[in-house]
Design a protein around this ligand. Structure first.
Ligand code: FAD
Ligand code: UDP
Length: 371
């Protein structure tokens, strides 16, 4: 195959993975990002106090896909890490996902596993069919636990009621009757040993990949005088089409990063959720996650969800899916452009899912170029 010129817009997981697979197949790839760095939202960097932080919010890697894990392992070593989250409810820090410990400590009970299952069976309010996140929560834990752990958090996070969001949003959080207090149960749970940014630099370190960061909106034209054979676009799909059907809602977040110089540990686990108090949803303390030994001093981030700002979350609800489908139709009519990633596919994807979609997208592009 003669060297196909490919333009990749966005240097996050979607763009970087696609670029690497295409380059290894012999394509000549230019990756552009308007941010001054690679990694997209998974970018990490040392703050001015030397603590490795995630400027765009805490990113914990977890996957059940051996294939994704194996592929990324070419570009990083790993540090084992299992994330734990506590929710601040009624003056206590209780495990979330809700488990046996949560029930016993919240209600002053002494349930064993069968007792916890029976308790939930008694309080749950089955809804059939389950359509919204409210249906999903009520069906698994009933109204009281719903109000204490989910209603307020969801209102803050999305600016919407539980009943206005698709069931898949809260279905991310399981309910347990045992004492497992891990946030995720995936077979692979770990952090890139030297950080995400180093991993991205390694992914993009290929003789056929050229990376240009800090491009302006004119980036295409300036960096690619000849039109590419194929474009991979990983930004918001509605922006690509000039929002001609109106803007697709994305939820943003203001991240308040704070360094506490005299505190060696701010909280007992990586993340504490605040479903009912404050304007922020959660506080994450980075050194739990990265394993960095910082001695005195620790860095935390508070997350304040908002509408305005960089698009971070697609908002999963039926009317948004309808609007997305209209943009998708336009996208499908462009054989030389591939839309991939969380913003371009308007999907609430975790990192590993984006890696898988990037690999898939690259294979499809290669197949189309060989025709
Ligand atoms: P992005 O990372 O958004 O990358 C897209 C890139 O495209 C951006 O860098 C952007 O600057 C660039 N771009 C867009 N438009 C243009 C343009 N016109 N020109 C040039 N460049 C452009 N996932 C997990 O698995 N575990 C977690 O713990 C986790 N935590 C998260 C916490 C938060 C607060 C958020 C917001 C997300 C979290 N995620 C987590 C999800 C994870 O961030 C995404 O799945 C993944 O990073 C998406 O990769 P992407 O390449 O699709 O998008
Ligand atoms: N959620 C909640 N209370 C919690 C944790 C999560 O209500 O303590 C709901 C909320 O709607 C949130 C969704 O579950 O947006 C998904 O949570 P997750 O932690 O997966 O969100 P992310 O890490 O993607 O922001």
């Amino acid at each position: 195959m003669s060297q196909a010129r490919i333009l990749v817009v966005g240097a996050g997981f979607a763009g970087s993975v696609t670029a690497r697979v295409l380059a290894e197949a012999g394509c000549c790839v230019t990756v552009l990002d308007k941010r001054p760095h690679v990694g997209g939202n998974a970018y990490d960097t040392h703050d001015e106090h030397g603590v490795l932080v995630h400027p765009y919010g805490p990113h914990i890697f977890h996957t059940n896909s051996d294939k994704v894990f194996r592929w990324l392992s070419r570009f990083t070593e790993w540090r084992p890490y299992e994330h734990r989250v506590l929710a601040s409810v009624k003056g206590q820090l209780l495990p979330i996902p809700i488990n046996r410990t949560t029930l016993n400590r919240l209600y002053g009970l002494n349930l064993d596993e069968a007792g916890a299952a029976a308790y939930l069976e008694k309080v749950r309010v089955p809804v059939d069919p389950i359509k919204t996140s409210e249906d999903a929560v009520l069906s698994s834990v009933g109204p009281d636990l719903c109000d204490l752990f989910f209603r307020g958090y969801t209102r803050k996070q999305w600016g919407l009621e539980l009943g206005q969001l698709s069931a898949g949003v809260v279905a991310r959080i399981p309910t347990r009757t045992n004492d497992d207090d891990r946030y995720f149960t995936d077979t692979h749970q770990c952090m890139p040993k030297h950080g995400y940014t180093r991993m991205f630099e390694n992914i993009l370190d290929h003789p056929f990949v050229r990376v240009v960061t800090g491009v302006d909106d004119d980036g295409y034209a300036k960096n690619h005088r000849e039109p590419p054979l194929h474009t991979v676009y990983t930004g918001p799909i509605d922006v690509y089409f000039g929002m001609r059907f109106g803007p697709l809602p994305y939820r943003s977040i203001r991240f308040e990063h704070v360094h506490l110089p005299d505190v060696s540990q701010h909280q007992p686990v990586g993340t504490v959720n605040y479903p009912n108090d404050y304007d922020f949803t959660r506080i994450t303390e980075f050194k739990h996650i990265t394993g960095q030994q910082t001695g005195a001093g620790t860095s935390i981030v508070r997350e304040y969800p908002q509408d305005a700002g960089d698009p971070y979350y697609p908002v999963p609800r039926p009317e948004n899916e309808v609007l997305y489908r209209r943009y998708r139709q336009l996208a499908d009519a462009l054989p030389n452009v591939t839309f991939v990633g969380r913003l371009a596919q308007y999907r609430y994807y975790n990192m590993d899912q984006v890696v898988a979609t990037g690999m898939h997208a690259a294979r499809k592009i290669l197949a189309s170029l060989r025709v």
